[in-house]
Design a protein around this ligand. Structure first.
Ligand code: NAD
Ligand code: APR
Length: 240
């Protein structure tokens, strides 16, 4: 409601270092499903059969089909207004960085420069065996590694795999020095990204479509859609 979005606009304008943490809920208004909502990916596909190193190793066809389908889905979608607002906020110095669990590359595509991809990206490809870099074209054509003949994979973090060191470290550094952390569109169910909001001394805000348990750990909770809430907050920001 306007009291909450007005408060967030005020905190945003007074913050000296603001970091955003996003999840799949940031992209559902761009028509990309999230994972754990009723129409999310994990209610259609068992993640263990497609999003694990075991899946990559033992049933490559299912693994390939899942990620090829997601790549094609992303190509037919565009970042919504909420993404453009976050890009404006970075340009105007209101936010300093975005740490995202998403692999769609939409924050970068919308114009943000300081984006840290905690779970990798669907825009990079490599050989699963020898790690030689590859291309989307070769992956979508289901070609094998030209160097060793191994299977190709996207540069996303699979369950159980470790996060990219540089993205994790940069995210942690921004979160630690932030006096405002805004978490948008994530169920916070996946470790270690889920721990980031606990690692700041600053004010914490949670913007999400579903707010199940009372989020005691947030200073402000706004139940709503990312794109809509960001537009409401932005209306206050641009009016002052
Ligand atoms: P996991 O097996 O990867 O768990 C990660 C490790 O963290 C385990 O040792 C677990 O015991 C430990 N852990 C979990 N919660 C913790 C907490 N709150 N505090 C301390 N330790 C904790 O299990 P997962 O949660 O299913 O997957 C998370 C991993 O999967 C992460 O590495 C993440 O980057 C990756 N991941 C993959 C995908 C994908 O779709 N491919 C998506 C998101 C995350
Ligand atoms: N606006 C705000 N919140 C939304 C919207 C929206 N338009 N649409 C969905 N949500 C909320 C959902 O209610 C849900 O709580 O966003 C959250 C998305 O949570 P998940 O589907 O669990 O996605 P995420 O938190 O990003 O998952 C973390 O799990 O499998 C991995 O790789 C996957 O990186 C992902 C990780």
């Amino acid at each position: 409601d306007s009291k909450e979005t007005g408060t967030l606009a005020d905190w945003l304008q007074h913050a000296t270092h603001a970091t955003i943490l996003t999840g799949a809920g940031m992209s559902t208004e761009s028509d990309i499903p999230d994972f754990r909502s009723k129409e999310g990916w994990w209610n259609r596909v068992d993640p263990r059969t497609v999003a694990t190193p075991e899946a990559l190793q033992n049933h490559y066809d299912l693994f390939h089909e899942f990620y090829a389908m997601r790549i094609k889905r992303i190509k037919s979608c565009t970042p919504h207004t909420g993404y453009n607002i976050l890009a404006d906020w970075e340009k105007n110095g209101l936010i300093q960085a975005i740490s995202t669990q998403n692999v769609d590359g939409f924050h970068t595509r919308a114009g943000n420069e300081h984006v840290y991809e905690l779970h990798g990206s669907l825009h990079q490809f490599r050989c699963a065996h020898c790690a030689r870099p590859s291309s989307e074209k070769q992956f979508l054509n289901k070609e094998n590694c030209q160097h060793c003949g191994g299977h190709l994979r996207p540069g996303v973090v699979l369950f159980g795999e470790t996060l990219p060191e540089d993205s994790w470290k940069a995210s942690l550094a921004h979160i630690r020095r932030s006096d405002l952390v805004i978490v948008i569109g994530t169920s916070l169910k996946v470790y270690p990204a889920s721990e980031l909001p606990n690692m700041t001394e600053g004010k914490t805000v949670y913007i999400n479509a579903e707010v199940d348990h009372p989020n005691t750990r947030f200073d402000l909770v706004i139940k709503g859609k990312a794109g809509e809430v960001l537009q409401q907050v932005n209306a206050f920001v641009t009016s002052t």
